[in-house]
Design a protein around this ligand. Structure first.
Ligand code: ZN
Length: 443
């Protein structure tokens, strides 16, 4: 069996003109995406996103490509990438609505079923949002519900959660295979001028015939290349049960810990960002006051001199990369040391939508790397032929892994008043995950 893996290759340091070319393409690429978001992310076009050809045809006819003078090999991918993101956006919206459906206590079982059914069938959901007629789905026929009221609720919830996707930074773009060529130890990219190509020297060459992504750094580029790799044969019969945490990245039910002290990397950076953001919002308020007083030039100057995004974002992404490197190294070390045939982790808990009024806490959560760790683990397992299993566990941190009673998790760790058991919260949770996994295997 083969799986696709994304490899990353840095170019050599690039001359100024090359960097300008890359930035120009990335900027136009972002403009195309923004145009697609503008036109197609609303409720009117929700049912037209798959297949992507219609939108591609319309975008081709829109004249935007000629206006930007952006070669087809970039333009088409900008369009399809934007459509993919709109689709992801819709599934996120639906997830949020489903959560509301579950949490609202005044809905009956039939009403919940009706709303979930509508969300499942795009053409019907579209009709509801656009106030068109539709045929009642088969499984709801003959069931008495106030469809009108429920449709209104669906519309309201959609309006609440529908946010147009945003283009985040213009520093990357994709190229179709027709747009690049390997030669002379690097790749030649199609430029805006006919028959002229731009050369990106690579430290090592990796040949592929797939779409590649170019990321732009300060004075060089990073190229993401998908390659098919054979999955390794894995004969190990060992299972490991892992709690993914904030304090330490991976705690195993056998007591081993990998990614120890992850929080020492994450917490100072979170605190630094919080302090920085407080400072920035003070400056912003000051500038707004100047603007209110009619001092527009001054207000603008304050923003320009103090609220630059470049350095702020660069520092943020450097810290993030450092943390991600640490996580990856530790995942590799875990797999090497434990040689598992199967890895069990807990299914991520659906977050309750209770917003904390303490912004710093919200931001702390937002900077949690748990999602990243899970994704990397899953990918590693895929490539190495390790079974990756998510187990549903309720309150893995709260329940005592010895006796099953509800215990207390605080600064001191986990302790159970019922049987007196004491442990670290992570280890207690890992043992609970092991128990749940073994229970699941029995069935
Ligand atoms: Zn106990």
């Amino acid at each position: 069996m083969t799986v696709t893996k994304i490899l990353c290759r840095h170019t050599e340091t690039l001359p100024k003109e090359t960097m300008e070319f890359l930035r120009g393409i990335a900027e136009d690429y972002a403009k195309v995406k923004a145009a697609v978001y503008e036109r197609y992310s609303g409720i009117k076009n929700m049912n037209r996103l798959t297949p992507v050809f219609d939108i591609q045809r319309e975008m081709r006819a829109s004249g935007l490509r000629a206006q930007l003078n952006l070669p087809v090999v970039y333009y088409e991918l900008a369009v399809s990438e934007a459509v993919t993101n709109i689709k992801t956006n819709w599934s996120r919206i639906k997830d949020k609505i489903r959560q509301e459906i579950r949490d609202r206590e005044n809905l009956t079982a039939d009403e919940r079923k009706y709303m979930r059914t509508i969300l499942k069938i795009d053409s019907v959901y579209w009709a509801v949002l656009n106030r068109r007629n539709y045929e009642m789905p088969q499984n709801m026929q003959g069931i008495e519900i106030d469809a009108h009221r429920l449709n209104n609720l669906l519309c309201r919830l959609t309006r609440k959660f529908l946010v147009k996707p945003k283009v985040r930074g213009a520093n990357q773009f994709k190229v179709t295979p027709a747009g690049y060529k390997y030669k002379d130890g690097g790749i030649y990219l199609v430029s805006r001028l006919p028959r002229r190509r731009i050369f990106l020297p690579l430290k090592d060459t990796l040949v592929t015939n797939r779409q590649i992504r170019i990321n732009i750094d300060d004075n060089r580029a990073r190229i993401q290349i998908p390659v098919d790799v054979d999955t390794k044969e894995n004969n190990s019969a060992d299972s490991v049960y892992i709690y993914v945490g904030y304090k330490d990245a991976l705690t195993l039910s056998n007591g081993h810990i990998y990614g120890k002290g992850l929080e020492n990397l994450v917490t100072p950076e979170t605190e630094r960002l919080n302090a920085k953001n407080r400072e920035r919002s003070k400056v912003r308020m000051f500038s707004e006051r100047q603007a209110e007083a009619g001092e527009y030039a001054k207000a603008e100057r304050i923003v320009k001199n103090n609220l630059g995004k470049k350095k702020y974002e660069a520092q943020k992404s450097r810290a993030r990369e450092q943390t991600q490197n640490y996580i990856n190294t530790e995942i590799n070390r875990m797999i090497e040391d434990e040689n598992p045939g199967r890895i069990f982790i807990a299914k991520p808990a659906l977050k309750k939508r209770v917003k904390s009024f303490v912004k710093a806490i919200n931001r702390g959560y937002a900077r949690s790397f748990a999602g990243y760790i899970r994704r990397r683990l899953a990918e590693k397992c895929r490539v190495l032929g390790i079974d990756f299993v998510m187990v549903g566990v309720r309150d893995a941190r709260k329940i005592c892994s010895k006796c099953g009673a509800e215990g207390i998790c605080d600064r001191e760790g986990f302790h159970c008043a019922s049987c007196g058991y004491k442990d670290t919260p992570a280890n207690n949770a890992a043992v609970n995950i092991e128990k749940a996994a073994l229970e699941m295997e029995k069935i």
